[in-house]
Write a protein that binds this ligand. Structure first.
Ligand code: AMP
Ligand code: GLY
Length: 419
């Protein structure tokens, strides 16, 4: 099969790596791709955000499957255009992707279909949002409605903080509307579902580490590290399946939303059971980099089955063991990353049980140079989370990249507590 993969991050690097393992793959293109991805795929000269040109590329090159990595092409309507041109697509329609691209849409979807989530109010101005925050006595999360690259949410402990967040977020392009919701407490968990329009099947559970600094301190980021599989109590898993995943799928069908692709469900395990914190209309980053290596199945076939509406029921085979991924980021990340750190990976190349997935890097004569905020995901694999974590940090220590930042406690709490 011929496949076009859209995206350029470490998530897409890991998707390209996994697709390459499929005996059914005959040709792989990526757009825009990256220097690292170009080791696995041909770079396609096509604008990933332009539906007409993506559809034309697919037709001209007889692409069998379009695999959409990030959310921006979904919001641009790329999946719809390619489907209309008769191409199989792994990625939801623009309308269905509103589960991610509009938080107000997602909240109203969950309320209509009785999917457990935090109580919330939609505000059309900073003043409305402040009034909403008073309903929750300041203990709330203030969220920009639209896409904000992980910077659209402020979790608040006081009314003063919530008021400041309402002012700040309402001044951003994504913040024409704000969602204010009650603050929930509990461990977070990522469930990534493959969806074929009718059925869902869960990839191994994972956990992101969103805060910049050790001990979950500092600002929210795109994700500083991840682990998989994340443990879950059997009772919570049962409730998540029936109250969240089944109801979400039934809701999509009832609303006539064409959802064929990955559905990311961000969960919080509260004392009252699992609650949805957010939906994303794609795979997670950096979670995917820790989940795909554990997948004992052909990703190309799974994606094709989603696109065709014939995924079927049942779990997706996963190998034993665990993965831990550590994000290496440029100095100044997330607010004002300073690109330019030189990276020497020669000491980690070929290390057993280690995979390096590139986000913002460029190839240089002797090695790599950091060009983005998040630069690498260093993934270690082992028999359990503790072994995977040691392997990942052994590799991180061998990456020569003076100035790159990383957290030293990814997976530490989960590996030691099992929660
Ligand atoms: P989101 O972009 O909606 O996933 O929010 C980013 C992060 O903010 C989440 O991963 C949580 O850590 C936190 N968060 C979001 N909503 C809430 C909430 N209602 N209560 C507590 N924390 C939240
Ligand atoms: N890791 C969070 C996300 O992909 O949105």
């Amino acid at each position: 099969m011929k496949v076009l993969l859209l995206g350029s991050g470490a998530r897409e690097h890991s998707i390209a790596w996994k697709l390459r393992q499929s005996p059914r793959l005959s040709r792989l293109w990526a757009a825009p791709g990256s220097d690292a991805i170009s080791g696995l795929a041909e770079i396609a000269r096509v604008n990933a955000l332009d539906p007409a040109s993506v559809a034309a590329f697919c037709r001209e090159n007889a692409v069998d499957l379009l695999f959409v990595g990030p959310e921006a092409p979904l919001e641009a309507g790329v999946a719809d255009a390619a489907r209309a041109a008769g191409i199989k697509v792994f990625g939801p329609s623009r309308e269905a992707a509103r589960l991610e691209t509009s938080k107000a849409f997602a909240k109203s979807f969950m309320s209509r279909h009785r999917v457990p989530t935090a109580r919330s109010l939609v505000a059309h101005s900073a003043a409305d949002a402040k009034a909403a925050a008073r309903e929750f006595a300041g203990s709330c999360a203030v969220k920009a409605d639209g896409l904000a690259a992980g910077k659209g949410v402020v979790v608040c402990g006081s009314l003063a903080e919530a008021e400041a967040a309402a002012d700040a977020l309402s001044a951003t392009p994504a913040g024409a509307r704000l969602v204010v919701e009650e603050r929930l407490e509990g461990p977070e968990l990522t469930a990534m579902l493959l969806v074929d329009g009718k059925n869902w099947s869960a990839l191994p559970l994972s956990r992101d580490h969103k805060r910049l600094l050790d001990g979950d301190a500092g600002p929210n980021t795109g994700g500083m590290g991840a682990l998989s599989p994340a443990p879950i109590a059997p009772a919570d898993w049962k409730r998540a399946r029936s109250e969240i995943f089944d109801r979400t799928l039934a809701g999509l069908r009832a609303d006539g939303l064409d959802y064929r692709g990955a559905l990311y469900v961000g969960l919080m395990m509260t004392a009252d059971g699992p609650r949805v914190i957010e939906y994303n209309a794609r795979l997670g980053d950096p979670e995917t980099q820790t989940v795909l290596p554990l997948l004992d199945a052909d990703l190309l076939t799974l994606a094709e089955r989603c696109a065709d509406g014939r995924l079927g029921e049942g779990p997706i085979p996963a190998a034993a063991g665990a993965c831990v991924g550590v994000t290496l980021a440029s100095p100044g990340y997330p607010d004002s990353p300073r690109a330019g750190v030189d990276i020497d990976l020669s000491a980690v190349d070929g290390m057993p049980g280690v995979m390096i997935f590139h986000a913002g890097t460029r190839k240089t004569d002797g090695g790599w140079r950091a060009v983005g905020g998040r630069v690498l995901t260093v993934v270690g694999r082992g028999g359990d989370l503790a072994a995977a974590r040691s392997r990942a940090y052994e590799a991180v220590a061998k990456v020569r990249a003076p100035g790159l930042l990383w957290r030293s406690d990814i997976a530490a709490a989960t590996a030691s507590s099992g929660v």
